[in-house]
Design a protein around this ligand. Structure first.
Ligand SMILES: NC(=O)c1ccc[n+]([C@@H]2O[C@H](COP(=O)([O-])OP(=O)(O)OC[C@H]3O[C@@H](n4cnc5c(N)ncnc54)[C@H](O)[C@@H]3O)[C@@H](O)[C@H]2O)c1
Length: 359
């Protein structure tokens, strides 16, 4: 493709992995060309500029002032991301960014609505603009087999980290609430909102088993959705079974249960399996099964869609700004629940956005 999107990248820790693994080569390479980098750490910015043979900018605003840059990849920490996005869209840039989009649901909703109004594209990996193939499959089965209303969903994701405190946002319960949920369970929060709609209340249980950080490394979030469904998200950095980021999901509907990646691994695989189990008389019966390439699972960056949205000016996005903000409202309530040890009500992002506009 000779009209790749000219992108500058800000935030060069995880952002550096995105550059090397997705832009210089990988799934973003056909669609995006790296045209500059910046980071608060000038030495890091200089070294990446040399490594990738692109200019480095002294500040983010300097990058935004460069007319040749059409889009920015924002890979800074989540707190204050809405402001970074606003500065970008006011400079007429499009944005690709990462999870968690923000910590402030009202600020997130306002900036995503502003971007729509001025026709700037703002995409992120989770929640992704288009429903990823695993969740498309769930929706297909839901309709085809008349599964009825969702009753419950349980998500588990784990890894093995043995981290030390480093003074970063990951050490701060305000900027990283119920840490494993915020850091790796956030995909599940976003997927649940898409499946169940807005949540009414949350409760959280956490523990610290191996971590040297002051934040937990083992956590369970329970959600009650406005439609009456119940969700559970377990996320942990404590489990060394070789099956990292296993991300197993069980979704119960009135008339059937869907298992996503919810069986022991039989060895390394670049696919995940989905099974639909329904009643056959009095017995359980696997009604349908499919495999989905791991690379297309929920949480991947939809660079192709980003390209089409920019170049063709027509967005096929099914994600709404409100759905993004509803996930963040859950995170806000999770922060309060971690501090109080009680069930906490999930706020309505539209009311939060209105309240901060009036203030
Ligand atoms: N999608 C994924 O798989 C994945 C994986 C890891 C991290 N992340 C996400 O990426 C984001 C960043 O995570 P991280 O671990 O790299 O954080 P980090 O705090 O380790 O690094 C952030 C970098 O951004 C720079 N930075 C911060 N504010 C800046 C500003 N205003 N201008 C220029 N540079 C600035 C910092 O100097 C630092 O180098 C988080 O939202 C995190 O959840 C996503």
């Amino acid at each position: 493709m000779n009209d790749k999107i000219k992108m500058g990248v800000v935030g060069l820790r995880f952002g550096d992995a995105v550059i090397s693994g997705q832009i210089i080569q990988g799934i973003g390479h056909p669609y995006v060309q790296l045209c500059g980098v910046t980071d608060l750490n000038a030495a890091v910015a200089r070294s990446r500029s040399e490594r990738y043979n692109v200019p480095h900018f002294a500040t983010y605003d300097d990058m935004l002032a460069d007319k040749s840059i059409e889009a920015v990849g924002i890979f800074t920490p989540p707190a204050g991301r809405a402001d970074m996005v606003r500065r970008a869209i006011l400079a007429r840039k499009h944005v690709m960014t990462t999870k968690p989009f923000e910590l402030d649901a009202g600020a997130a909703l306002s900036v995503l609505n502003e971007a729509r109004n001025i026709k700037r594209v703002v995409h992120m990996n989770s929640p992704s603009p288009l429903l990823p193939p695993d969740w498309q499959q769930v929706e297909t089965w839901r309709r085809r087999y008349k599964l009825g209303r969702p009753i419950a969903a349980n998500f588990s994701t784990w890894a093995s980290y043995r981290e030390e405190a480093d003074g970063s946002w990951m050490d701060d319960p305000k900027r990283c609430p119920a840490a494993p949920i915020f850091r790796i369970g956030i995909y599940s929060v976003n997927d649940m909102v898409r499946l169940m709609g807005p949540a009414a209340s949350v409760q959280v249980t956490t523990s610290r088993l191996f971590t040297g950080r002051p934040t937990p490394d083992n956590a369970q979030l329970t959600l009650r959705f406005k439609n009456g469904a119940i969700g559970g998200i377990f996320a942990s950095f404590c489990i060394n079974d070789g099956n990292f980021y296993a991300d197993a999901v069980i979704v119960n509907f009135e008339n059937g249960t869907i298992y996503i990646n919810a069986q022991p691994p039989v060895g390394p695989s670049d696919h995940i399996q989905l099974h639909l189990v329904m009643a056959d008389g009095k017995a359980a019966h696997t009604m349908d099964r499919v495999t989905i390439p791991l690379a297309q699972r929920a949480g991947t960056y939809q660079w192709d869609n980003f390209y089409h949205a920019l170049r063709e000016g027509t967005s096929q996005d099914t994600l709404t700004p409100l759905q993004v903000a509803e996930g963040i409202a859950i995170v806000e309530a999770m922060y309060r629940a971690e501090a109080s040890g009680m069930a906490e009500t999930v706020a309505d992002p539209e009311q939060l956005a209105m309240a901060s506009a009036v203030a």
